[in-house]
Design a protein around this ligand. Sequence first.
Ligand code: ZN
Length: 360
Amino acid sequence: MRDNLILWLVLLAFVAGSFSGCISRDSEFYSADDFQTVQKIDVHFHYETLDDRYLLLADSLNLKLVSPNVDAGRSISEQLDIAKELKARYPDKFAFFGTFGVDHYGGEDFKGRIITRIDTCMAAGASGIKIWKNIGMTLKDSVGSYVMADDPEFAPVFAYMEENSIRLLAHLGEPKNCWLPLEEMTLDNDRSYFRNNPQYHMYLHPEAPSYEDQIGARDNLLDRYPGIPFTGAHLGSQEWSIDEVAKTLDRFPAYDVEFSARIGHLQYQAITEPKKVRDFMIKYQDRIMYGTDVGVSARNSDYAATAESLVKRWKDHFIWLATDEAVIVDDLDGKSVKGLQLPKEVIDKIYFANAEKFFR
Ligand SMILES: [Zn+2]
C-alpha cells in the first residue's frame, strides 16, 4: 500500500513537473494555432463598402479594423458616409480616419474649409485625420511649384489639430524604391505598383521633390507641432532602413508608426539581419502597430475568394511575427523568411494595445 502511494506521488510529481515545464516553455511565444484567439487590430484596412461580411469575418478572427479615408479614388464624402455608418453599427469592431481634400489650394478660405471638414469627420466618430502623398507629390500651387506638407497654407490646420489633440495619420512620400528605376527596386509589389502608376514613380519625375524633401517636410511638421499625436503610415516612408525609423522615433516622442504595406521591407531586412529586425521590434514595442493596407470595396464581387485571401494574408503575417516558422514572401520572389518569434507581450502590443487608442 505504502509502495503504491510512493509510486503515485512520484508519478504525480512527474506529471506536474512536465506540465509546468511545458507551460513555462510555451508561454513565452504564440504558435500559429493562436492566430484566431489573439486580439488583433489591422490599423490600415480600406473598408469602402457597406457589405459588413468582411467586418464579421475579421471579428470571427478577433481582429478589429481601422479604415483610413484617403484623398484619392472614391469621393471623400462617400468614404465618410460609409465609415460613419459602419462606425455607428460596429463601434467596437470598426474605427476610421477622416480626411480632407486639397484641390482648393490657393482658393478662398482654404484653411477654414479644411477645419470645417476635420470637425465633420471628428463628429462622425473619426479616430483622427489622414493626409496623403498627394501633398508633396502631385499638389501644385498657381505657379506650378509642388506644395509640401510643411507649406504655410497648412499651418493653421495643423495648429488646430494640435490645439485639439487630433491624431494625424500621415502617408507622406513613398518607399525609397519610388526614386529608383524599376529594376533596382527591392520588392516586387513596389515594382508592380510603380509600373502601373507611373505618375507616382518619382524616378521618372526628376523635377519633383526628392525623397529627402518628403522626409524633411514630415520632420518639419513633427518639429513645429510636437503636440499632435502623430502616426507615420507605412513606417513613415523610412521602410528601407529600420535604423532610420528608429532615429525618427527617438527624435519625436509623440510619433509612432504602423507598417502596413511595408512588412515586405521588414522581411527583406530580416533575410540578412534577422536579429536586428527582431531587436528593433522589441525595443520600440510600444510605438509600432500592425496594418496591411489591403481593402474591400464593391469591386470585390467574389466574397469567398476575397475572404480566403484576406485570411491567408493576416495569418501569414501573424506566423512571421509571432513564430519561428518560415513564410514564403511573394513580394521577395517567393523567398522563404524565418519568423521573428516576438515574445507574446510584444505581439500583444504591436497587434492590439498600441492601437486600442483608435477605438476610444
Ligand atoms: Zn492605404
